[in-house]
Write a protein that binds this ligand. Structure first.
Ligand SMILES: Nc1ncnc2c1ncn2[C@@H]1O[C@H](COP(=O)(O)OP(=O)(O)OP(=O)(O)O)[C@@H](O)[C@H]1O
Ligand SMILES: [Mg+2]
Length: 158
């Protein structure tokens, strides 16, 4: 059983800004455009440090993936379906080859010279402790990871 996170009311925008400041140096170094496309009114119950860590891991991976591309962008967007708030991190990198998509979330799996291979598995555990999930979207045109947070964790906001 995963440990339960301590949930508190948070603004998604603040959680994301925290992640963006954590990756800002790398993003600048890689001349990456970060496109923020979230509903700024969203409030949810979460452990803000932990959720921010997940977004940081995903954006960090995107920055690594696009560093040699001509078009360098990472988009973070939000939308809702009937059951979940979905936060997507999408990048203009060349994607993930089919041979490794089943392995990327395993602890210590890395294709990087100095990677720990723990970013995605850590993210998955954090989200599971929030009753939420992390999915790689096989069908998307660009590289896309979806964080699915059940609507029960959303606060009604103005
Ligand atoms: N956006 C992405 N584009 C391309 N490949 C990715 C992307 N995100 C993850 N990967 C692949 O998944 C692997 C595992 O990612 P994970 O974040 O768990 O570890 P890592 O990035 O290798 O190491 P660390 O997070 O310590 O830097 C990466 O090595 C890479 O091959
Ligand atoms: Mg990583």
């Amino acid at each position: 059983m995963k440990k339960k996170e301590k949930l508190e009311p948070c603004k998604l925008n603040d959680v994301l800004d925290h992640s963006l400041s954590a990756v800002s140096q790398k993003a600048k170094r890689h001349e990456t455009q970060i496109i923020k496309n979230i509903d700024k009114n969203i409030e949810l119950s979460c452990d803000p440090q932990e959720l921010s860590k997940v977004l940081t891991h995903l954006i960090d991976n995107s920055c690594d993936a696009i560093k040699d591309e001509y078009h360098k962008w990472v988009e973070v967007k939000s939308h809702e379906d009937s059951e979940n708030l979905i936060l997507s991190v999408i990048d203009s990198g060349e994607g993930i080859s089919h041979e490794i998509t089943n392995s990327i979330m395993e602890p210590y799996f890395t294709t990087k010279e100095r990677g720990s291979g723990l970013g995605l598995s850590d993210s998955k555990s954090i989200l599971e402790a929030h009753n939420s999930s992390l999915e790689y979207d096989y069908d998307a045109d660009n590289t896309k990871f979806d964080i699915k947070i059940p609507k029960e964790l959303l606060k009604e906001s103005a």
